[in-house]
Ligand binder design. Sequence first.
Ligand code: CA
Length: 726
Amino acid sequence: MRVPALLALLSLPLLSAERPNILFLFSDDHALNAISAYGGPLKDVAPTPNLDRIAKEGAIFTRSYCANSICGPSRACIMTGKHSHVNGFPDNDFSRFDGTQTTFPKLLQKAGYQTSLIGKWHLVSQPTGFDHWEILPGQGSYYNPEFITAAGPRKEQGYCTDLITDKALAWLETGRDKSKPFVLMCQHKAPHRNWAPASRHLGLFKDVTLPEPKSLFDDYAGRSSTLKEQQMTIAKDFHWGHDMKFHGKTEFPEHFLGGIPNGEYARMTPDQKKTWDASYDPENQAFIADMKAGKLKDDDVTRWKYQRYLKDYLRCIRAVDENVGRMLDYLEKSGLAKNTLVIYSSDQGFYLGEHGWYDKRWMFEESLAMPFLARWPGVVKPGTRNDALIQNIDYAPTFLEMAGVPIPATVQGKSLVPVLKGETPADWRKAIYYFYSGENTHNVAAHDGVRTDRYKLMFFAKTKEWNLFDLEKDPQEMKSLHDDPAYAPVLAEMKKTYDEKRAEYRMNPGTVPANRNPEDWWKQRHQQKKPLAKKGGHELVFIGDSITQGWEEAGKPVWDQYYGSRKALNLGYSGDRTEHVLWRLMNGELENVDPKLFVVMIGTNNTGQRQDPPEQTAAGIQLIVELLQDRKPDAKILLLSIFPRAEKPDHKLRQLNDAINQRIKTFADGDKIQWLDVSNTFLAADGTLPKETMPDFLHPEAAGYALWAKAMEAKIAELTGTPEVR
Ligand code: CA
């Protein structure tokens, strides 16, 4: 071992003998109400003894929440320890995980951990930071699934939950370097839709009537009007084939959507089909006969669907529980158990008929909550019940601290190590922040909000509605109290918390990455710039808006004179605000770019188009600077003041830009990030902006570009190590 590495190891706080292993057992859409350790209504009929074992031998967290309740986004939060707008994966519709960003597996790998990912990934891009990975394509399949490795896809025979465990066990036994600690992410597809149970579990719950939630027939009164618009009800939004497991075309289109057949059935072997049909057909035929005989009212049909849905869901969970048991048994047998943190979690919760729903997305408790069970012998006291407010952004810093790896300052979550030890800090967070971007699927409106130990505040951007819930008095969240005078002080306090949390996480319209793809020219420009970036070899990259783009037009002769021999790339887009730059940089414009210097000037459109408060635009610029530092740590950044705009210095927009500049100049560190204020280059002595250099009081003309280039030249020469152009 090299000496510096040895010294680093000696300084590890947790290094009593050897660094702990991490087994991260993860599932998809597993509701707390379907884990018996959480004590929900299904605990006796559908127990989960192996999951409960983790809780019994370790800790169960009762206030564990996601930051964004859908598959990909929750996973991106886990990988990065950052909220969706910062990690750049806000939705499943359009997002692609930028695998060039820093993630906890990368940092653990660098610190000498063996890193492995097996099972569902769902972040579109190829995994990075893993010594070994074998993933399902997209959502994956339950029956005879394909797995993808770096070598390509391969179809396998068997049931997905079992196969993922087989692969995880094989990696633990023979696939890793046993002299090193490991992190293994074993991530199941189950119990995700369309809830296709293993053959051996098809008979479970046959003669049982599962208890119904009280809100199965919720009418959505007393809460945001958007609740009525969603399309995720058991009553109306189940498919005849895909969800309800009938064959053929829907026979009752008023109750069952047609169109999507049960794709899992098509994947089965003849034997698997035979077992499947033997289980479902008699029930299906009995239901169809009852329907045809007019025996079932609308509510009866909903109840029947609820039973079909939930039984399949719980059957899928039975396989998860069994397979968690296999993993725990292996840890015991191999002797790994004593130095391994075992976590069981799921990307979000799920509605098991509450509010009449299946699926997730909403900030209501059932899908906001994530299961979190943790066993760590010698650290976590067995039988602990912990009610600290924790979130999926906390996992990455937890794993880093466990491994003795410094937590990057840009990570937004908090390490749970003290919480796991039973030493929750006195200043632990009092509220969590949640954000859902509003996807097309299921038509759930965009909303965000905060939750404290007792209250929840939600904001619906489309309708500008606030919803407030007192979770102590109304745990099912059936009536918003936002207009109840008795709750006015609570509402005011919660709105303050909401603003504080958004400021803390730098969440505002200028920080949520957004593309302008509906605008053809913009999309085309992005498509043209990406291959240039991919080619690499630039010394200098300019990032900005129309003022930067103008180097290709009014500024062209000056550009040629100053940057023609410097291999410079222009990433300026007319009309762009900070959120557009963030999106571009996360979506291919930095791929192979490795310059000596980035020149960044952005923000005047946040001012001009929306009159954003200066602290918000500054936050957007700060995220851009942090992104560049994260992706290209060796490059320097020349951060420019936003140009003065409007003729007179007392103009509102001029003052906004001045206020942004006051803030962003503090981002400079005098080393990697250098600040240059070029305002005075353009302004007359009395602060007015002369028409000759900027005829529209916003964009420079040729003469203005000459002034700009001259003002930057000494710095650019210094920071790129190239001779000064005179
Ligand atoms: Ca999910």
